[in-house]
Design a binder for this molecule. Structure first.
Ligand SMILES: [Zn+2]
Ligand SMILES: [Zn+2]
Length: 182
């Protein structure tokens, strides 16, 4: 877990810094059903309110190719800069107020990067991920994955919506297979 214990850092003056390196670290946000692995460098800097996290990470989310619908993974660099605010003041123990969308350090002084990585990854995801730049997509007529094998309908040029049409077709036929009339 990229979870840092910042109990000592929170006792130090503003500007105090810790550095860490993540090597294929597992992350998880169970409530969001999110898991990932991250590599890169992390800097934790004591601020007036809490800890500023500056991280340069790489994640490789598993996506679906927009053309052929095969699973594919993309290499996503993330540059994170977020201040984490403790739930309790490290000296007085008093509750510290923060906005609902701010990241928090829990009462055990654990700073967990998982949710921040999840949010940054979400924002960085490509709208149309491709398994490869020249992915041939699905045949609009029969749904054949043209990266694997050509089919007899080859003449048509590949259009972005054709893969979707083939998918819709496939879903329709799956629906009627499983429907009450079947
Ligand atoms: Zn593809
Ligand atoms: Zn075909």
């Amino acid at each position: 877990m990229p979870q840092f214990n910042v109990a000592t850092l929170l006792q130090e003056p503003v500007g105090a810094t810790r550095r860490a390196t993540l090597e294929d670290e597992p992350l998880a946000v169970p409530a969001a059903g999110y898991t990932a692995r991250a590599s890169g460098s992390v800097e934790l800097i004591r601020t007036g309110r809490g800890v500023l996290v500056r991280a340069r990470l790489r994640v490789r989310p598993q996506l679906e190719c927009a053309r052929c619908l095969s699973p594919c993974s993309v290499d996503l660099p993330l540059t994170i800069a977020e201040e984490f605010v403790p739930l309790r003041d490290p000296i007085s123990g008093a509750t510290v107020a923060a906005d609902a969308d701010e990241f928090r350090i829990d009462t055990q002084h654990h700073l967990d990067l998982s949710e921040a990585v999840r949010q940054y990854e979400q924002a960085a995801l490509p709208l149309r991920p491709l398994c490869r730049e020249d992915c041939a997509g699905l045949c609009p007529v029969c749904g054949q994955n043209l990266n694997v094998r050509r089919c007899e309908h080859e003449a048509e040029p590949a259009e972005p919506w054709q893969g979707l049409a083939a998918l819709a077709e496939r879903l329709r036929s799956e629906e009627s297979d499983g429907g009450p009339q079947a």
